[in-house]
Every structure is written in structure tokens, then in C-alpha cells.
Design a protein around this ligand. Structure first.
Ligand SMILES: NC(=O)c1ccc[n+]([C@@H]2O[C@H](COP(=O)([O-])OP(=O)(O)OC[C@H]3O[C@@H](n4cnc5c(N)ncnc54)[C@H](O)[C@@H]3O)[C@@H](O)[C@H]2O)c1
Ligand SMILES: Cc1c(CN(C)C(=O)CCc2cnc3c(c2)CCC(=O)N3)oc2ccccc12
Length: 262
């Protein structure tokens, strides 16, 4: 496909857990646009789920990754260096908080869970970017996923809101650090999407229908919608865009609620 926006580009995609993962949709569209891909997966359980998906997109290799294990982070980039010698783009699509902290009051968060959520959902981007930078000698692109709960209180998002607020700030600081090396880093703030990470969130269904009834486009967001925006941010179409939070949420974040009749 000569028209590929990512022809010959080598990209590392994290956070694929199953075929509903947002980063799986990003991997698919990157492949459609000519990229060579590598995946990281979290633990043996996911290896069985990720392997067939990786094969589906002709993935060059997959590596285990638990972002709380610094050794595993080093290993990922040792493998990338050995297999490819370079890296053109990185997709960070990782978040975690104790599910008991995703309901009730934010104030009840515990220090261990707060730190763990911050580590996995925010610091991991910095840790990955730091290791990716030396391999992005010809410049590079980094995309991460965030959520509106970073900016405004979303009931029950709680400690994850703190982590995403820190993640969004880190995107700006990382953009400032790495711009001189022609590495761009941006976040996509996606509307609520049914995935493994959102399943088990109580009342997620009613949140989805509230969004559909409130967002200017009167629709919900899909993984493929997010993937299209990621393709733009990973390609040279966004060559002067860095440190940005790009909303793909049917316009939800722009209004206080339905002002027009249905
Ligand atoms: N689904 C939504 O409504 C929504 C909306 C906006 C943003 N996001 C963000 O999108 C990203 C991807 O989430 P998703 O909805 O695709 O769900 P998902 O469950 O498919 O992806 C989450 C990923 O995080 C990984 N992960 C968790 N802890 C990890 C660790 N310690 N080490 C390595 N990987 C770890 C999981 O293995 C999984 O692959 C997350 O950052 C999430 O906050 C999701
Ligand atoms: C939207 C939305 C989401 C989806 N989203 C944007 C997210 O970022 C999900 C993040 C997440 C992080 N950690 C865990 C879980 C989800 C569920 C499983 C688990 O054990 N831990 O999560 C919410 C939680 C409360 C309210 C809204 C939402």
C-alpha cells in the first residue's frame, strides 16, 4: 500500500489485552498504513490472547511487559534494539487502579493504591519514553491515552482522575524535553468505550447512554475512531503538533450538556 501514512515505520504498541483494546485498533490501522509492529503484553495470561492478535497483523515480535518491573522495561528496549536497531513510534495504552477505588469517594483512596495507580497509569509513560528516546535517532512519535476525568470530576473515576491529570501534565513536560530531538508526544482523550478496562465499572452502561444523549454528535466513540486520530498523531500529518491533548469524544468535553433539543 503505497498510500500508507506509516510505510516502513517501526512501532511498539503496548496495552493490547484483547480485541477490544484501544491499542489493538491502533495497531490494526498502523498495519493498514504500512507500519512494522511489535507488541508488549502483561503476563502469561494475556500472552495467549495477544499472540493470535499479533500474528493477525504480522507482528515482528512480542515482549512481556509489567511497567512496575524496571527490569522488564529495560528488556523491552534491549529486544527492540536487537531486532530493529531503532524505533519510530510508541503507543502507551496502560492504566490500572484498584477497582475498589473506582467507586465511592475519592477521599478514601489509600497511599499504596494511589502510588500504584500513579506508577502504572502515569509514570510508566515517562519510563517508556526515556528508554525509547535513544532509539528514536531519526525523530519519533509517542501517543498515550487519557480521559476527561483528568480535567473534570467524573463520579467514581476518583484516583484514576489524579493519574490522568498527572499523565496529561507529563505529556507537556516530555514534549518540552524531547522536542529538540524531533520526538513528538501527544495524548488522545477518548470518550467512554466498552473494553476490558471499562467492564466491571458499575453503571458503565448508563454512562454510555448519557454520553450518547449529551455529546454534540449524539453518538458514542469507538476504538476505530480513536485509532484514526492516533494514525494522524503518529504520522507526519501532525508534524507540528506536540504536547497536545486531542479529544476524540464526540465533542462531549466542549459542552455543559444538551443545550439543543434532542
Ligand atoms: N475504555 C475507555 O473508556 C477509555 C477511555 C479513555 C481512555 N482510556 C485509556 O485507554 C487505555 C487503554 O485502556 P482500554 O480501555 O483499551 O482497556 P484495556 O484493558 O484493553 O487496556 C488496558 C491495558 O493496560 C495494561 N496494564 C495494566 N497494568 C499494567 C502493568 N502493570 N504493566 C503493563 N501493562 C499493564 C493491561 O494489560 C491492558 O492491556 C488506558 O490508559 C485507559 O485509561 C480508556
Ligand atoms: C469512563 C470510565 C472508565 C474507563 N477509563 C477511562 C479508564 O481509564 C479505565 C481505567 C481502569 C483502571 N483500573 C482498573 C479498571 C479500569 C477496571 C478494572 C480494574 O481492576 N482496574 O473507567 C471508569 C471508572 C469510573 C467512572 C468512569 C470510568
Amino acid at each position: 500500500n503505497i498510500a500508507g501514512l506509516l510505510n516502513g515505520k517501526k512501532g511498539l504498541v503496548t496495552g493490547v489485552a484483547n480485541n477490544l483494546s484501544i491499542s489493538w485498533a491502533i495497531a490494526q490501522i498502523a498495519k493498514e498504513h504500512g507500519a512494522d509492529l511489535a507488541f508488549t503484553y502483561q503476563g502469561e495470561i494475556l500472552e495467549k490472547r495477544v499472540t493470535p492478535l499479533a500474528e493477525e497483523v504480522g507482528c515482528d515480535f512480542i515482549v512481556p511487559c509489567d511497567v512496575t518491573d524496571e527490569k522488564s522495561l529495560d528488556t523491552i528496549f534491549e529486544v527492540v534494539k536487537k531486532k530493529w536497531g531503532k524505533l519510530d513510534f510508541l503507543v502507551h495504552s496502560i492504566a490500572f487502579a484498584d477497582r475498589n477505588e473506582l467507586k465511592g469517594r475519592y477521599i478514601d483512596t489509600t497511599l499504596p493504591n494511589f502510588l500504584n495507580s500513579m506508577n502504572i497509569s502515569c509514570y510508566s509513560l515517562t519510563a517508556l519514553a526515556k528508554r525509547a528516546e535513544p532509539l528514536m535517532k531519526d525523530g519519533g512519535k509517542i501517543v498515550t491515552l487519557t480521559y476527561y476525568g483528568a480535567q473534570k470530576v467524573v463520579p467514581n473515576y476518583n484516583v484514576m482522575g489524579l493519574a490522568k491529570a498527572a499523565l496529561e501534565a507529563s505529556v507537556k513536560y516530555l514534549a518540552s524535553d524531547m522536542g529538540v530531538n524531533n520526538i513528538r508526544i501527544n495524548a488522545i482523550s477518548a470518550g467512554p468505550i466498552k473494553t476490558l478496562a471499562s467492564s466491571g465499572i458499575n453503571d458503565f452502561k448508563s454512562m454510555l447512554s448519557m454520553h450518547e444523549n449529551t455529546a454534540p454528535l449524539r453518538k458514542n466513540t469507538t476504538q476505530r475512531d480513536v485509532a484514526g486520530a492516533a494514525l494522524y498523531l503518529l504520522s507526519d500529518l501532525s508534524s507540528r503538533v506536540t504536547g497536545e491533548i486531542h479529544y476524540v469524544d464526540c465533542g462531549f468535553n466542549t459542552t455543559i450538556g444538551p443545550s439543543q433539543p434532542k
